[in-house]
Write a protein that binds this ligand. Structure first.
Ligand SMILES: [Zn+2]
Length: 464
């Protein structure tokens, strides 16, 4: 048999089992399906994870927090002039409901949102927009006071994304009812010079709970050195979300299984976060709690600065996994931390023959709140062609590939084995360069506006 070159390095002593990972992805994305925070499905996914961790003999706790969730009751986008009828569309959940008659208005096509098109003429119109950047948010148009926003997908053949855009994320502007349509529908509307439309959106909001699931394996030599290994298990609304992020969750479960057997010198805290898709709710909650505890700990008489470490200070590192193991695309590792960390991952990638792009900066996942709090971390992911399906109806099990899962899982396992479980001394500074924190907060502000302050500014240590 012809042994492929890339299969060699970690096959011999390697017991990461991609078959088991596949089983978890299947259960989460197919048996359960969409897992929006606060829904019954998300709760079922949480129970599955808790039970799995518990069966491994790990200490499991559930960290519950209050939130709000939403159910889509009805929505429609009808083109009135020319009379094209109702066309397929996806609403941004949490943007405002319309009246039963809907919003009827004039369509204004603003192309890619160039300066020429952005001005007072937008006020009161239904804005049709084909933004260049994938992550563009209706917030960018909201400041011109439109009646509604319709975003056209950029790529043919990819269904429109199911996204959440909470009221808070529009601040300081008022929230605007927003929809997405496919490239095909967008093209058709522009070609037919669509002038008038009616949008209807009806949802039901209700208070609910988010739930982080935390399983701990105490370090045998350095119990006070905590390495967080995490993945979010919630999903956007109405998508099976196999890659985003049943894949990362499944890897997390498999890694927990491995290390529960092997043990580790340092404490490994396996965390399945909830609410990532609603704005890093779970990881932000986790860190805010640690921050509060730190305040109490430091105020205590018994605490000696320099000698004692707070629970937060014991956190050395966060390894996050989000969107992995698809058949097509390129592996990425986004690093927020000291330069030697980036270098170590680059060296390891070459040494083990694992092809991945190693970048410094933001990936947009649960290690971001850690970086804001000054805790270095990495996010393993996969971008490129299959990545385009995340948040859509097309994010199914069919995208997943066992060979890719094995390679990625193998690399992450080796990284943890070498440094977290095995290293004599933890080799990376507990430091995130200031310019990385600044870039991260600037990016997050662009996405969530003034709400960034409410959600995250408390995590950043103010200097001086
Ligand atoms: Zn994700």
């Amino acid at each position: 048999m012809n042994i492929k070159k890339y299969d060699r390095p970690y096959q011999e002593n390697f017991s990461f089992n991609s078959q088991a990972v596949f089983g978890h992805i299947h259960y989460l994305s197919k048996e359960i399906g969409p897992r929006l925070i606060g829904t019954n499905n998300c709760k079922r996914a949480g129970e599955y994870i808790t039970n799995f961790f518990a069966q491994l003999g790990l200490d499991v706790t559930e960290q519950v927090f209050k939130t709000e969730t939403i159910e889509r009751i009805d929505h429609a986008l009808e083109i009135l002039d020319p009379p094209l009828g109702v066309i397929p569309s996806v609403p941004f959940l949490f943007t405002p409901d319309t009246s039963d008659d809907g919003l009827i208005g004039e369509i204004l096509f603003v192309e890619e949102g160039e300066e020429t098109f952005l001005g007072p003429e937008i006020k009161g119109k239904i804005v049709l927009w084909s933004p260049q950047a994938r992550g563009s948010s209706p917030r960018e148009i909201a400041k011109y006071d439109p009646m509604a926003v319709i975003i056209i997908s950029q790529i043919p053949g990819i269904p429109p994304r199911h996204d959440i855009q909470h009221d808070n994320f529009f601040k300081p502007y008022p929230p605007v009812t927003s929809f997405r349509i496919s490239w095909e529908q967008g093209h058709r509307l522009v070609q037919s010079e669509a002038r008038k439309a009616c949008l209807k959106l009806k949802t039901k909001r209700f208070p609910s709970q988010g739930r982080n699931i935390i399983a701990e394996l105490k370090g045998s030599v350095y119990p006070d050195e905590i390495i967080v290994v995490c993945a979010h298990y919630d999903s956007p609304p109405d998508t099976p979300s196999a890659t985003d992020n049943a894949s990362g969750t499944a890897m997390l479960l498999e890694l927990a299984r491995l290390y529960a057997q092997r043990g580790s010198k340092r404490t490994l805290r396996f965390i399945a976060y909830d609410g990532e898709e609603a704005g890093f709710l779970g990881s932000a909650h986790y860190l805010k709690k640690l921050k509060q505890e730190e305040k109490t700990q430091k105020e205590s008489k018994n605490f000696v600065t320099g000698r004692d470490k707070t629970e937060l200070e014991k956190h050395l590192f966060c390894l996050n996994m989000d969107v992995l193991g698809m058949a097509l695309g390129y592996n990425t590792c986004y690093v927020q931390g000291p330069p030697e960390l980036t270098a170590a991952i680059k060296v390891m990638s070459k040494e083990l023959g694992f092809a991945q792009q190693v970048n410094e900066g933001m990936y947009g996942s649960d290690n971001d709140p850690f970086a804001l709090a000054g805790i270095p971390g990495v996010s393993f992911g996969k971008m490129g062609s299959d990545f385009l399906f995340i948040h859509t109806d097309g994010d199914t099990m069919d995208l997943m590939n066992k060979n890719q899962i094995q390679k990625t899982g193998g690399f992450i396992d080796q990284f943890l084995q070498r440094y977290a479980a095995g290293a004599q001394v933890w080799p990376f500074d507990r430091k995130v360069p200031e310019e990385q924190v600044k870039q991260l907060s600037d990016n997050m502000k662009k996405w969530m506006g003034d709400y960034f302050e409410v959600m995250f500014s408390g995590l950043i240590d103010k200097k001086g």
